[in-house]
Design a protein around this ligand. Structure first.
Ligand SMILES: C[S@@+](CC[C@H](N)C(=O)[O-])C[C@H]1O[C@@H](n2cnc3c(N)ncnc32)[C@H](O)[C@@H]1O
Length: 432
């Protein structure tokens, strides 16, 4: 999930420093290049990961119209939320390999925050932790949060996991930790499972948050749990996290400016977002972010039976100061990669938009939040979550400070946990 590809391009495109690539996962450069490169020069530039398994995706050609005072360029992308890394049930459901699970558990900006919030929640009740039935939705192979809840004194923990491999390991972890009497691991999709004796949980832990917050099926999962598995679904303290968000901001991307047609065809990505490590300086934001998705578990609808769709319109203004700073960072990156005329290309790249970058934020309780990028400015930081960039035009669209980018973010979230959500962003860049 977090792999970085360090590439050295010579006459072909050998890839260095990438250990054990998943065969279903290809790099953006592998997908977009169709002509062998003659001489190239690029060392050390990082090529982020991209989703491989994308259905019905599209990148329309950018159309530019010029008025007397302003130029308007349309941009768009659409994709389905299946992570190309691993899927259960014939590409219907996001799943993870060991490296991805290890990255989650080892994420120091995530796991300790969940631990604190779980312990705090258990100790917040008058009758004490021993009165609480806890549900861990998607417990993973380490049953990590289930064991935290058991250690903190929960009366009973039901931990549900769809992946049978992860379930087997979770059972072993629970036995090893000595909590077989407290924790019951239930295998399957939570939407198919009824808790023994139809009991309901006092609160649920649900770390099924994607890099676009809703992409791992959390809405279908929580909607169902609200109806059947949790005692007081409208109470925010019934949920950890209690809300999840996707933040978004227009972004410039160094390689989109470097790998241009005819040698590289970005439309071959067919809308599949490019996925970046949150510390990757090859992606820079053009403005502060806005909230794109805001999913509050205690306020979700009461019906679980239908697909939800909706849209959110957002306007961003390109921040000239960011553009200047971004040019310096791209210059450093291009120089490291021995790109000729790095300074000129860095200015071009900094004055361009490739798409709307998206990343998640989790509100665990009143006091504890997790940010995968710095909050509120969206600057780089370490996180196991990735920053997702749908490429919204075949070549980057030129922008400058004070230009307006208006987008409509549309989503369709199915009621079934095994039908992936789909997303579409359409909009325009107005250059004044
Ligand atoms: C992001 S991982 C989190 C694993 C673990 N809870 C942690 O935080 O380290 C999400 C896990 O939830 C599982 N999952 C997601 N939705 C589920 C559902 N509705 N029912 C059962 N398992 C689910 C996935 O298979 C995956 O193992």
């Amino acid at each position: 999930m977090l792999s970085h590809l360090f590439i050295l391009l010579t006459t072909v495109v050998p890839v260095y420093g990438f250990s054990a690539p998943n065969p279903t996962r290809r790099t953006a450069v592998e997908i977009i290049s169709f002509a062998p490169l003659s001489t190239t020069l690029l060392t050390g530039l990082t090529v982020p990961e991209t989703k491989a398994a994308i259905i019905e995706a599209e990148i329309p050609t950018a159309a530019t119209t010029t008025a007397t005072t302003a130029t308007t360029t349309t941009i768009s992308a659409s994709w389905k939320a299946i992570d190309g890394l691993n899927t259960l049930e014939a590409s219907k459901f996001v799943s993870f390999d060991k490296g991805a699970y290890d990255a989650m558990v080892g994420d120091k900006s995530r796991t300790p925050q969940f631990e604190k919030s779980i312990i705090k929640r258990l100790n917040s009740v008058i009758d004490g932790p021993g009165s609480q039935i806890v549900l861990d939705l998607g417990t993973g192979p380490y049953a990590y949060f289930a064991i935290i809840a058991a250690k903190a004194g929960a009366k009973k923990v039901y931990a549900i996991e769809a992946s049978s491999d992860a379930c087997k390991l979770a059972r072993e972890a629970v036995t090893k930790a000595g909590y077989d009497n407290i924790i019951t691991i239930l295998e399957g999709y939570s939407t198919d499972i009824t808790l023994p004796d139809n009991v309901k949980a006092d609160f649920a832990i649900a770390e099924i948050v994607g890099s676009v917050a809703s992409e791992e099926g959390v809405v279908a999962t929580i909607n169902d749990a609200r109806l059947r598995l949790v005692k007081s679904p409208d109470d925010p303290t019934s949920w950890i996290p209690r809300a999840i968000q996707t933040l978004g901001a227009p972004a410039s991307y160094s390689l989109h400016n470097l790998f241009l047609p005819p040698a590289f065809d970005w439309t071959k990505l067919e809308g599949a977002p490019v996925r970046f490590n949150c510390r990757d300086e090859g992606l820079q934001l053009l403005s502060d972010p806005s909230v794109v998705e805001d999913i509050q578990f205690a306020k979700m609808g009461k019906s679980s039976g239908s697909t939800r769709s909706g849209s959110r319109k957002l306007t961003f203004t390109v921040d000239g100061k960011r553009v200047e700073e971004n040019a310096k960072k791209f210059n450093d990156e291009y120089i490291r990669g021995h790109v000729p005329d790095a300074a000129t290309l860095a200015i071009t790249a900094a004055n361009s938009i490739s798409g709307i970058a998206l990343w998640p934020r989790l509100i665990l309780d009143d006091d504890i939040t997790i940010n995968s990028r710095q909050y509120p400015d969206g600057n780089h930081q370490r996180s196991h979550w990735l920053t997702v960039l749908p490429i919204m035009s075949p070549i980057p669209v030129a922008v400058k400070g004070d230009d307006r980018i208006t987008v409509d973010f549309e989503f369709e979230v199915p009621a079934s946990v095994t039908t992936p959500p789909s997303y579409r962003i359409t909009g325009s860049v107005v250059s004044v």
